[in-house]
Design a protein around this ligand. Structure first.
Ligand SMILES: Nc1ncnc2c1ncn2[C@@H]1O[C@H](COP(=O)(O)OP(=O)(O)OP(=O)(O)O)[C@@H](O)[C@H]1O
Ligand SMILES: [Mg+2]
Length: 515
């Protein structure tokens, strides 16, 4: 990567700051910053004006600058895109960019367009400006979280917020719940991929709630990690009189309850809200049978609300007084409206327009069909829209698209197998399954060691599964993991994964000369 991209410039011209903030962005698929060309394409898509790589380069090298009045819309779009890709993280960052070019600060209306959450008190906004060069941290008190967790959550939240649309009907229900009850648990239930984590990320981003994500794919699922994280955030956020966690803080719920009581008594008129994602992914093993998952207290002090999201599972291990449940139904009007909005926003892209012309379908026909095919599932759209745009479904017409998320996975799996059965059995399946059983992001080398396949073969197979993977970088190395738990679930149903767990164990036993 160009080293200049990660240095905050001392002389803050508009071009320098733009280059700096672009350097802080994360391109979801590639795991690196947006290029000048990509920024130009995104602006072109958003504004319908052609913004070339050259133009972005000319801004960044201070050859030209956008016009203060005529290009106002363009400037707001730049901030929007940099924010969406996590380069600009706060109103303060945006203002720094504008100040560097002597542009008038963002108006209330423009802030609303970019992110209404930016109008909150400064204390709730991101305190980490560009000078810190840190990974994103959404709120000052989040810095109290253990550092690894903070990094994981920051990028997790940023990823889930990309292209976020709608959910007003759920946000309304949440605020009625908080206004209407003295305290309590709200359980938001929905199918895999319907958008529970994304909605929680948005809630946290808008309100700065204390939060925790259980992420089985990253082995973040223990009660210990949860208690440590949430207690530290509560202490920092509500200025509680504890300089460190007591030794037994993560062994039962008593310290958490104490923190909640203390936070509640010093909260003034504001509710204390904790947002917890994927309670169903939390690990209950080793906990006494009658204890709640994550040691969550059965009752809460007045003014304290806990919002949890869950899939529909048989036993949540959650016995609490008067919980309220909100079902996020795939075929509800609110959900289908949001799904439609998401498609409508995507379909205006230039390449999508070309695809639609080739299929001879109108935007409306395409949108209606995709709403049906997705069965109200956002994860489906996350895969299908870029795949359509990239030309994956060019053979048939719209009918070629599978019905629902499971069918989408099945189609890909079947096509891979039919394409070359020998290679599938030898490479594609084992490599995919290794990713399915790994508890954390892994390198090509890990997979090569575990499967005894060449690194080039591993890379080739990874390219075939790329659509379902998350590719990040650490110390110049690519790390891969399965993007979404629903694909891991699909694998579990398709293949007996114990064989792959055993292959990994065997490798380490051999290494330790124990076998
Ligand atoms: N409202 C939304 N706007 C835009 N994208 C969304 C929205 N909701 C979800 N998505 C995208 O759809 C994908 C699936 O969403 P998410 O991970 O939140 O599902 P989930 O319900 O948490 O699934 P699981 O039960 O498996 O955890 C994600 O990539 C997410 O970013
Ligand atoms: Mg989720």
């Amino acid at each position: 990567m160009d080293a200049n991209l990660i240095q905050e410039p001392e002389q803050r011209s508009f071009g320098d700051m733009l280059r700096f903030f672009r350097g802080q962005t994360i391109n979801r698929r590639k795991g690196k910053p947006l290029s000048q060309e990509q920024l130009g394409i995104l602006l072109t898509d958003q504004l319908g004006l052609i913004i070339s790589r050259n133009k972005v380069n000319n801004w960044e090298t201070n050859k030209i600058s956008p016009h203060p009045q005529r290009d106002r819309e363009l400037m707001v779009a730049v901030v929007e895109i940099l924010k969406k890709h996590n380069g600009i993280k706060s109103l303060d960052d945006a203002n720094q960019l504008f100040e560097a070019g002597n542009y008038q600060a963002l108006t209330d209306q423009e802030i609303d367009q970019i992110d209404p959450g930016w109008k909150q008190p400064v204390a709730q906004q991101n305190a980490v400006g560009p000078a810190s060069f840190q990974q994103t941290v959404t709120y000052p008190y989040s810095q109290a979280s253990p550092v690894d967790l903070r990094r994981s959550f920051s990028s997790y939240i940023a990823d889930k917020l990309k292209g976020f649309v709608g959910r007003e009907f759920i946000f309304d229900a949440i605020s009625s719940f908080i206004k209407g009850k003295p305290s309590g648990y709200l359980i938001i239930r929905g199918d895999p991929g319907i958008g529970k984590t994304a909605l929680l990320a948005k809630l946290i981003d808008d309100h700065g709630y204390v939060h925790h994500f259980n992420i089985a794919l990253q082995n973040i699922r223990s009660a210990r990690i949860f208690l440590e994280n949430v207690c530290l955030q509560l202490i920092a956020r509500y200025n509680l009189p504890h300089s460190s966690l007591p030794q037994n803080a993560t062994e039962n719920s008593s310290f958490l309850s104490q923190c909640l009581n203390e936070a509640a008594s010093g909260r003034g008129n504001h509710p204390v809200v904790i947002a917890i994602d994927a309670l169903d992914e939390a690990d209950h093993t080793g906990l006494p049978a009658d204890v709640n998952s994550l040691y969550l207290p059965p009752s809460l002090p007045d003014g304290v609300y806990i919002i949890v999201t869950v899939r529909r599972v048989v036993d949540l291990h959650l016995q609490v007084s008067n919980p309220q449940t909100l079902d996020l139904e795939a075929d509800s009007d609110g959900n289908l409206r949001d799904i439609k909005t998401y498609i409508e926003k995507y379909v205006v892209r230039k390449q999508m327009q070309d695809r639609l012309s080739a299929w001879a379908v109108t935007r409306e026909q395409f949108t209606d069909t995709l709403v049906k095919k997705s069965q109200g599932n956002f994860m489906y759209l996350y895969y299908a829209l870029p795949a359509i745009e990239g030309g994956k479904f060019t053979d048939g017409g719209l009918d070629e698209l599978p019905e629902g998320l499971l069918a989408y996975y099945q189609r890909h799996w079947r096509q891979m197998r039919e394409g070359n059965e020998r290679e599938f059995d030898k490479m594609y399946e084992p490599i995919d399954c290794m990713l399915g059983v790994a508890q954390e992001p892994i390198t090509l080398e890990h997979i090569s060691n575990w499967t005894k396949l060449e690194k080039s073969q591993v890379k080739h197979a990874i390219d075939k599964w790329y659509e379902f993977l998350l590719d990040t970088r650490q110390d110049e190395q690519h790390l891969y993991r399965i993007y979404h738990a629903s694909f891991q679930d699909y694998l579990k149903n398709e293949v007996d994964l114990t064989r792959y767990h055993k292959m990994i164990a065997d490798y380490y036993l051999r290494l330790a000369n124990m076998k």
